[in-house]
Design a protein around this ligand. Structure first.
Ligand code: FES
Length: 103
């Protein structure tokens, strides 16, 4: 997971299929992802920007996620809510970046 300041702030989190990106970040105490709503797609504090090469593997944002993302500062074309991206074995090694500001 890349911090917003570049690779020198990169965090490496243990890969766990079946967990969400948000859950892993919170469990690993990675700063920049709060997950205030506990993964209910209701707070927008788990915004991550997926790197282009991994984006297609993360699926498509649902309606609620899309609404939440539309209110997110720094929304990018590969933005996702970390709580809505559930890791599968195919995503081992995925890199995501954190926005400078969460909601
Ligand atoms: S944890 Fe609240 S929207 Fe993802």
């Amino acid at each position: 997971m890349g911090g917003h300041d570049g690779p020198e702030y990169a965090h490496v989190a243990e890969f766990k299929a079946g967990s969400s990106v948000m859950q892993i970040a919170v469990d690993s105490a990675i700063p920049g992802i709060d997950g205030d709503c506990g993964g209910e797609c209701a707070c927008g504090t788990c915004h991550v920007i997926v790197t282009n090469e991994w984006f297609s593997k993360t699926g498509t944002p649902g309606n609620e996620e899309e609404q939440m993302l539309s209110m997110t500062p720094e929304r990018a074309s590969t933005s996702r809510l970390g709580c809505q991206v559930v890791l599968t074995d195919e995503m081992d090694g995925m890199t995501v970046h954190l926005p400078e500001f969460q909601m």
